[in-house]
Design a protein around this ligand. Structure first.
Ligand SMILES: Cc1cc2nc3c(=O)[nH]c(=O)nc-3n(C[C@H](O)[C@H](O)[C@H](O)COP(=O)(O)OP(=O)(O)OC[C@H]3O[C@@H](n4cnc5c(N)ncnc54)[C@H](O)[C@@H]3O)c2cc1C
Length: 589
C-alpha cells in the first residue's frame, strides 16, 4: 500500500473534526466511513432536547471567527446560506456582571463601547482601547495566515525567518494579563479584556497574549448563533459529506486501531467494541488525542514492534497541561428572565485566586466566575413560548488525583448554590431555583465518559506556549503509518472554527502524503478571508472601485521621511563647511 493511492478511510468520531475531514476526503475521491460511539453526531458540539421541549447546546454557544466557517463551505463549492444555515448576530455581545452591581456591556457598537470604556478609564481610555484593538487585530491576522492555515510537522519550522518575524508580533511569550495591563489602567477593564482565555480553557495569567484575537473577533466581527442550535452547522457539513458518499455508523465505539504491514507499524483498520474488525487504507482519529494514544493505539505489551515508540509518548501526553473542565447546568425555566441577555459573564471578585483554584488545585473555586447563556433570547426556537432555555457553565479543574470522579457530586451541589445566589444578588432576580422545571448536568466525570475526553478536560490539551505550533501533537500519528489526527488536541487547536481549519490541514497532509490532488484552493494558495474575497467579487469594477495604495501612507510615509531626513543630514555635513566658509557652527572655537 506504501505507494498505492488509498481508496478507503475510517474516521473515528463524528465531532466537528471528524465530520469536516470525512467530507473533505470524500470530495477527494475516498470512500469514507465514520464510526461514532454515541447515538448522535457533533460530539461536544451537539444539541439535546428536554422532555418539555427545550433545546440545549451541549458545548459551544459562541460562534466566533465566522470566516473560517465560510471557508469550509466555500471549499465545497457552497455557502452557509445555500446549505440552510442562518447565522443570527447576538447583540450586544454580552453583559459582564460585577459584584459591586456594575455591569459592563460589550458590543460591536463603537459608540457604545466608547461610552463604556470612558466611564471606567477616563477620556483617554478610548484611545488606549483603540491601540489595544489594533494590536489584537495584528494577532488575529497573523494567526490566520501563519498558524491557522499552516501545518507544523517539525521544530525547524519555528526557525524559518518568514515565520519568526511575524510571530514576534504575536507576543507569544507574554501573558495576556500582563500585556493587557499596558493598555487598561483599571482592574475592572483588565478583567473585561482577559477573561476570554477561558474559551480555550486557560488562565489569563498563563495564556499567551496572542489570544486577544478572540476578543478582537467578537468586537470586530461579532458573536453569532446558528438558528436551530450550533450543531446545525455541523449537520450541514454532514449532509454535504453524505452527498459525497460518506457513511455514518452511530452507536459504534472503536476499541483499537489495528496495525499490520511488513513491520507491523501500518494502520490497517479498527477493532470495534462489538468484536467486529473493519479494514481501511487510512485511519483518521477524531476522538480525543490523549485518550486515543493511550487507549486505541497498540501499546508496548501487545505489539513490541510498535509499542516502544508509542507507550512513552502516550504516557507523556497524559502528563501535559490540559485545559479546564466545567460543571454545566442545562435548565428549563418556567418563565422568561429578561434581566439576562443571550450571553452573561459573572466574574469572581477574587479573580486571580479563582483561576488558581481551577488550574493549580483542579477544583471548584470558592467564589467561581461563570457564564450564563440564554439561547432562547437570540433564537426563540430554543424554548417553548414564554419560557427560557438557560445554560450555566462554571469552569472548574479537570479530573485529578486530588479531585477524582467521586468528589464531583458534592462540588456540583456547591456550584449550583453559589451560582444561583450570585445571579440573584447581582441581577435582583428572586427565587430562581423555583423556576427550574428540568435540569441536566455535565461535570468532569460526565465529559470524560460521554466523549472519552482525557481527564474530562473540555477543551483538550492546553494552549500554553509549549503546547502550540510544532510543540502540539502532530496531525500525522507518531509510530503508526497511515494514521492521522484531527480535532481539538492536535494542530491548530480547540474551538469549532479552529477544528474546522484543522480538518483542512490534516486532509491536505493526507492528500500530499499520497500524491493526491487537493480538490479545493489549497492552503499554500490561501489569500485571506473568504468574506474579503467575496467582497472583491462584488465590487463594481468601475473607476470608483479601484484599490490603489497611496505611496504617502503608513510605513511608506515613515520610510520616505527617514530617507529624506538622512539625505538632509548628509548634505548639511558635506556642503556645510564649504558653503559657509570659515563661519562654522555655533559653538566652534
Ligand atoms: C462546555 C463547552 C463549551 C464550549 N464552547 C465553545 C464555544 O462557545 N465556541 C467554540 O467554538 N467552541 C467551544 N467549545 C469547544 C468545541 O466544542 C470543541 O473544541 C470542538 O467541538 C471539538 O471538536 P472535536 O472534533 O475535536 O472533538 P469532539 O467533539 O470531542 O468529537 C470527537 C468524537 O469522537 C467520539 N469518540 C470518542 N472516542 C470514540 C471511540 N472510541 N469510538 C468512536 N467514537 C469515539 C466522541 O463521542 C465524539 O463524538 C466548547 C466545548 C465545551 C465542552
Amino acid at each position: 500500500m506504501a505507494n498505492e493511492k488509498p481508496r478507503t478511510a475510517i474516521v473515528i468520531g463524528a465531532g466537528a473534526g471528524g465530520i469536516a475531514i470525512s467530507a473533505r476526503l470524500a470530495k477527494a475521491g475516498l470512500k469514507v466511513t465514520v464510526l461514532e460511539k454515541n447515538d448522535f453526531t457533533g460530539g461536544r458540539c451537539s444539541i439535546f432536547r428536554s422532555k418539555a421541549g427545550f433545546r440545549f447546546d451541549q458545548g459551544p454557544s459562541l460562534l466566533l471567527l465566522p470566516n473560517l466557517f465560510r471557508e469550509t463551505f466555500a471549499d465545497f463549492g457552497t455557502t452557509l446560506e445555500a446549505e440552510g444555515v442562518e447565522l443570527l448576530q447576538c447583540f450586544p455581545n454580552y453583559d459582564i456582571w460585577f459584584s459591586d452591581g456594575a455591569v459592563f456591556r460589550s458590543s460591536t457598537d463603537t459608540a457604545a463601547m466608547k461610552r463604556e470604556i470612558e466611564k471606567w478609564e477616563g477620556p483617554d481610555g478610548f484611545q488606549r482601547y483603540l491601540n489595544w484593538l489594533a494590536e489584537a487585530h495584528g494577532h488575529y491576522e497573523i494567526s490566520l495566515q501563519h498558524v491557522l492555515h499552516r501545518n507544523f510537522t517539525n521544530h525547524a519550522q519555528l526557525a524559518d525567518p518568514t515565520f519568526v518575524a511575524p510571530t514576534i508580533a504575536l507576543h507569544p511569550l507574554e501573558s495576556i494579563w500582563s500585556r493587557t495591563t499596558r493598555y487598561f489602567w483599571s482592574d475592572r477593564l483588565r478583567r473585561v479584556f482577559t477573561f476570554a482565555t477561558m474559551y480555550m480553557g486557560m488562565s489569563p495569567y498563563d495564556a499567551p497574549s496572542t489570544y486577544s484575537l478572540l476578543q478582537y473577533t467578537e468586537l470586530a466581527e461579532g458573536i453569532w448563533y446558528p438558528k436551530g442550535g450550533f450543531q446545525t452547522i455541523l449537520a450541514a457539513i454532514e449532509r454535504i459529506g453524505r452527498r459525497l458518499g460518506v457513511q455514518y455508523c452511530l452507536n459504534t465505539p472503536v476499541a483499537k486501531v489495528l496495525t499490520g504491514g511488513p513491520d507491523g507499524k501500518t494502520a490497517t483498520g479498527v477493532l470495534l467494541e462489538s468484536g467486529e474488525k473493519l479494514e481501511a487504507d487510512l485511519v483518521i482519529v477524531n476522538a480525543d488525542l490523549v485518550y486515543a494514544y493511550n487507549n486505541l493505539f497498540p501499546q508496548e505489551s501487545e505489539n513490541k514492534s510498535v509499542g516502544p515508540t508509542i507507550t512513552p509518548y502516550a504516557k507523556d501526553l497524559s502528563k501535559r497541561e490540559a485545559s479546564c473542565s466545567s460543571i454545566s447546568f442545562y435548565w428549563s425555566f418556567s418563565k422568561k428572565i429578561p434581566e439576562l441577555g443571550t450571553h452573561n459573564i459573572f466574574l469572581a471578585d477574587e479573580y486571580k485566586e479563582s483561576f488558581d483554584a481551577i488550574f493549580k488545585r483542579h477544583t471548584l473555586p470558592s467564589d467561581p466566575s461563570f457564564y450564563i447563556n440564554v439561547p432562547s433570547r437570540v433564537d426563540p426556537t430554543a424554548a417553548p413560548p414564554d419560557k427560557d432555555a438557560v445554560i450555566c457553565l462554571i469552569p472548574v479543574g479537570h479530573l485529578s488525583v486530588t479531585h477524582p470522579a467521586s468528589s464531583w457530586p458534592s462540588l456540583v451541589a456547591s456550584a449550583k448554590k453559589a451560582v444561583l445566589a450570585t445571579v440573584e444578588k447581582r441581577t435582583g432576580l428572586k427565587n430562581l431555583e423555583s423556576l427550574i422545571m428540568e435540569e441536566t448536568i455535565n461535570s468532569p466525570p460526565e465529559w470524560q465518559a460521554k466523549f472519552n475526553l482525557d481527564r474530562g478536560a473540555i477543551l483538550g490539551l492546553s494552549h500554553s506556549f509549549f503546547n502550540v505550533l510544532s510543540f502540539r501533537p502532530r496531525t500525522r500519528a507518531k509510530g503508526v503509518r497511515n494514521a492521522y489526527f484531527v480535532g481539538a488536541s492536535t494542530h491548530p487547536g480547540t474551538g469549532v472554527p479552529i477544528v474546522l481549519a484543522g480538518a483542512k490541514i490534516t486532509a491536505e497532509q493526507i492528500l500530499g502524503d499520497k500524491n493526491m490532488e487537493v480538490p479545493w484552493v489549497p492552503l499554500k494558495e490561501w489569500k485571506g478571508d473568504v468574506q474579503a474575497k467575496q467582497g472583491n467579487e462584488k465590487r463594481g469594477g468601475g473607476r470608483l472601485d479601484l484599490v490603489k495604495r497611496p505611496l504617502w501612507t503608513d510605513d511608506w510615509n515613515l520610510f520616505l521621511w527617514s530617507v529624506i531626513g538622512l539625505l538632509g543630514v548628509v548634505v548639511v555635513f558635506l556642503a556645510g563647511p564649504a558653503a559657509w566658509g570659515n563661519g562654522g557652527f555655533v559653538g566652534d572655537w
